[in-house]
Design a protein around this ligand. Structure first.
Ligand SMILES: [Zn+2]
Ligand SMILES: [Zn+2]
Length: 395
């Protein structure tokens, strides 16, 4: 089959499976499961892949599922990835297929991503005899904890057979429906987590001079940490230092013994990222020493910067342009300080994540967010074509 005929067959197959894939999206949406608990979703995905005669491995990194679609012609192995986890949010969409589990919902669109990848697998499976190489279909757990991808990699998902290139999509509210954005270089920030334990000396709230007040020290540490972004890193290098939790004390008349701060650090540059822990330790220790308190900083690197490979971006654009039109395939999206554990796969193979326009919808992680059905067929056709294009890139 020549490229044009293959393209037409792929489009036809994608069109045919759209109703089934939208129904699958609704079913996943109704049964959201949070990080590492994606049992039901994983079962559903595995069943669908097996029905397509795709080799399936389950229980990867806990609840992950990996499908291997073997092409009829020799060639490389490329991978497409989706995430299956939901969020601990009470849904307020009012949708007919809304979450049936209180306090859990698909507010990041991973229901859409999972259904889309099952759809793309179906479209590619129908053409397997004509595929030059294999397509690995990665359904990972726990993206929201930026923990699933690293465990999938540790479980060997990028080897056996080795993955030459990888792609993924994420729905993007605010980007018009029918458009995508895929830019080379850093597109999502690194994510680190920190906890600062501040120890003072407790006592009576009315006799502060006899105490070492960890609350006052903690407040000054929160303020001083803001100087990392404003005074220690170039204004040209984006960095976020957010203290997101403060815990200290119980009673109105007791100065507590200790205080605890928690937060997150985001950067777009590995060199900037590497210097943050030392700065944080120096500031926390110095400010606390000024109050005779002590600080202990526990700093954990969670996921690296997501940097798209230029060649993979070009392949995605080439796959998307005949489908969406050149004007709707953009490469000008500003990087987001949100993070993506897709970065872990990019540490092992070149690849790219594209933003799929979801139009005028509530923001990601909002209780009224719902992945638009209209974006599903676009996503299916796009991911199938990206898989095909990546196979033909000669990695
Ligand atoms: Zn999310
Ligand atoms: Zn997400």
């Amino acid at each position: 089959m020549n490229t044009l005929a293959l393209d037409a067959a792929l489009r036809e197959r994608c069109r045919a499976i759209t109703p089934e894939i939208i129904a699958l999206r609704h079913a996943i949406h109704a049964h959201p499961e949070t990080a590492f608990q994606e049992e039901r979703t994983a079962r559903e995905v595995a069943e669908r892949l097996r029905a397509l005669d795709i080799e399936v491995t389950t229980g990867v990194a806990g609840t992950g599922v990996v499908g291997l679609l073997r092409g009829g012609q020799p060639g490389p192995t490329v991978a497409l990835r989706a995430e299956m986890d939901a969020l601990p949010i009470q849904e307020q969409t009012g949708a007919a297929y809304a979450s049936t589990t209180p306090g859990r919902m698909h507010a990041c669109g991973h229901d859409g991503h999972t259904a889309i990848l099952v759809g793309a697998a179906g479209a590619l499976a129908a053409l397997r005899a004509h595929l030059s190489g294999d397509v690995k279909l990665i359904f990972q757990p726990a993206e929201e904890q930026v923990a699933g991808a690293s465990r999938m990699c540790a479980a060997g998902v990028m080897s056996n057979p080795p993955v030459a290139a990888i792609a993924a999509l994420h729905g993007w509210p605010g980007l018009p429906l029918g458009t995508i954005n895929v830019s080379p270089g850093p597109v999502m920030a690194s994510a680190d987590a920190f906890e600062i334990a501040i120890t003072g000396r407790g006592g009576h709230g009315a006799m502060p001079h006899l105490t070492v007040d960890p609350v006052v020290a903690a407040c000054e540490v929160v303020g001083a940490l803001q100087s990392i972004a404003s005074r220690e890193v170039s204004p040209n290098a984006p960095v976020v230092v957010s203290v997101t939790a403060i815990h200290a004390g119980e009673a109105y008349n007791v100065i507590p013994e200790a205080a605890r701060l928690r937060g997150t650090v985001r950067t777009l540059d590995p060199a900037v990222r590497a210097r943050i822990p030392e700065r944080m330790r120096r500031i926390a220790a110095g400010v606390c020493a000024a109050h005779e308190a002590e600080a202990r900083v526990d700093y954990q690197e969670c996921c690296p910067v997501t940097a798209n490979d230029p060649r993979a971006c070009r392949a995605i654009r080439e796959a998307a342009e005949p489908l969406l039109g050149a004007a709707s395939v953009r490469g000008d999206g500003p990087p987001s300080m949100v993070s993506e554990d897709f970065a872990c796969y990019l540490a092992e193979a070149p690849g790219a994540i594209l933003r799929l326009g979801l139009g005028d919808t509530p923001s990601l992680h909002n209780p009224r967010f719902d992945f638009p059905d209209a974006a599903v067929p676009l996503g299916v056709a796009l991911m199938a074509r990206v898989g095909l294009r990546l196979l033909g890139c000669g990695w």
